[in-house]
Design a protein around this ligand. Sequence first.
Ligand code: TRP
Length: 332
Amino acid sequence: MTVAAIAAQDIAPAPCLRPVPARGPGPGLPRMLTGDRPTGRLHLGHYAGSLANRIRLHRRYESFFIVADLHMLTTKNSPADIAGIGRRAADVVLDCLAAGLDPAHSVFYLQSGVPEVAELSLLLSSLVTVPRLQRIPSLKEMGRHAGQREMPFALLGYPVLQAADILAVKATAVPVGRDNAAHVEVARELARRFNRRYGAVFRVPALVPADVPVLPGTDGRAKMSKSLGNAIYLSDPPGEVATKVRRMYTDPARTGPGVPGTVEGNPVFVYHEVFNDRPGEVAELKERYRAGKIGDAEVKEKLTAALNRFLDPIRERRAALEADQRCGPPWA
Ligand code: TRP
């Protein structure tokens, strides 16, 4: 299924231009929590990997979205990183709303703005051992990625802080990617251990797996990522999308438009598959590509057009939100 197949009614029109009910999302529904570190603007990889899933799910829950600035500090904490948190947090929230999360069904909050989260994390840290946390591979990977030779204390506690996020709002559903599954497991263990010792306080959360393939980068590397510089952002203007697509990696063995090409694993076709809302066009492009009856340039032009059809309403909603005073610039 393409991400474009998200039903229109699942996407909010222009969220902030409608009055937001004071009480937030509907009570009585099960609670969901997920979130992001404030790393800035979101890209197509975020959309395919998590946003699409959130948009599909969020009205079925009382939905909470945390902007996890304290988590960011575990690997990025230079004065410049810290000074940029407000702007980057705003970019994450704007992109989520522009992509289709409805603020009438969602609560967005900044982690450091709710000090009880850090307090709960400290209390939970007495209920987990260092070796248990040392066994989590994603943390070592994050430390290495951040250029750390040894594990910072706060990074080891990353899953405990994440457990505090989840347990604090008593969320039962936590939609996250595979890289976060081990953290949700720690949250489940901590909820059970706490409840056994002190009485039934917390709900035991469940992972809602986002069963989506990772989107490759424009350079053909396995993952689209800001740090690899191979991303197309949801807020990129149309001309920039065109430039990035023109430079995209395709089948390296193909020396000309008359040579049969490989579609499988070719990032240009992966994007067509995920974002092009015209499946007939995609099928035809694939057929001609395999037969050596089309140039890369035409396949890319069609991709640019498809991506811009997909991004146009997102960019429009983002501009409306940025112009809306009630969404004001919180970073100013
Ligand atoms: N760990 C998540 C990430 O990879 C962000 C996050 C922080 C989170 N707290 C959370 C996700 C609670 C789900 C639930 O960026």
